[in-house]
Ligand binder design. Structure first.
Ligand code: CA
Length: 225
């Protein structure tokens, strides 16, 4: 049974989400402060974390950074009433994989969680290294090495790269990336574009004139290794 850690201080939200996740066959454990969240993370080794930004003792960004030191790979989904673009970018920079603004539809969030966990499971069984430009990608370790320098890849970055690599030289539409990697398309239409920007910074020699992850205008993206 997969364990999902919910770091959230609103009691209603904890109850609602725990119920919905339990109904889907997940084991939900909740922590109501950032400090407790990190402790529970160490103890439970969850398969996924849902993290609120406004916590009584600290903010979610700090918790996110803390969790990333403990695990590079666990998917972290930030959940917050703040829905400004800068908050999203800050959350993603802190190492979160995704950002969902409150209020959200419970069914949709659960569908997305299901997809993330399914991808994570599928991911364990697929090839482990690939080469793109100057980069050596190591999927299991969620890292890439470029000119001897290693950087971390997030869960969604790994899954997007795998999808683009499966279809090398072909255009993969934004919708398909959303559907296959995120599992739902309605919540976060710009997630793919933001992720590609980050990937280019890691992979491309000059991210503004990419040679490996190309934009096909109005359609999607194409990988040229
Ligand atoms: Ca809160």
């Amino acid at each position: 049974m997969k364990t999902i850690l919910l770091i959230e201080d609103e009691q209603d939200m904890i109850l609602g989400l725990s119920d919905a996740l339990g109904f889907e066959g997940y084991r939900a454990v909740a922590a109501s402060t950032g400090k407790k969240g990190v402790e529970t993370f160490k103890k439970e080794q969850p398969d996924l974390v849902i993290l609120d930004l406004m916590l009584p003792d600290t903010n979610g960004y700090a918790v996110c950074q803390e969790l990333r030191k403990l695990s590079r790979t666990v998917p972290i989904l930030i959940l917050s009433a703040r829905s400004q673009e800068t908050d999203k970018i800050r959350g993603l920079d802190a190492g979160a994989d995704d950002y969902v603004a409150k209020p959200f539809a419970l069914g949709e969030l659960v569908a997305r969680i299901r997809a993330i966990l399914r991808r994570a499971e599928h991911s364990k069984a697929t090839p482990d290294t690939a080469r793109v430009g100057e980069c050596e990608l190591h999927f299991a370790g969620h890292t890439l090495t470029r000119r001897g320098k290693e950087s971390a890849l997030t869960f969604y970055e790994v899954e997007t790269l795998k999808l683009l690599l499966e279809r090398v030289g072909q255009v993969v539409s934004r919708d398909e990336i959303l559907d296959k990697v995120w599992g739902v398309s309605a919540i976060n239409a710009r997630a793919v574009d933001n992720l590609i920007v980050k990937l280019r910074k890691k992979i491309e020699q000059s991210p503004d004139t990419p040679k490996h992850i190309l934009t096909v205008h109005g359609v999607g993206y194409k990988l040229v290794p």
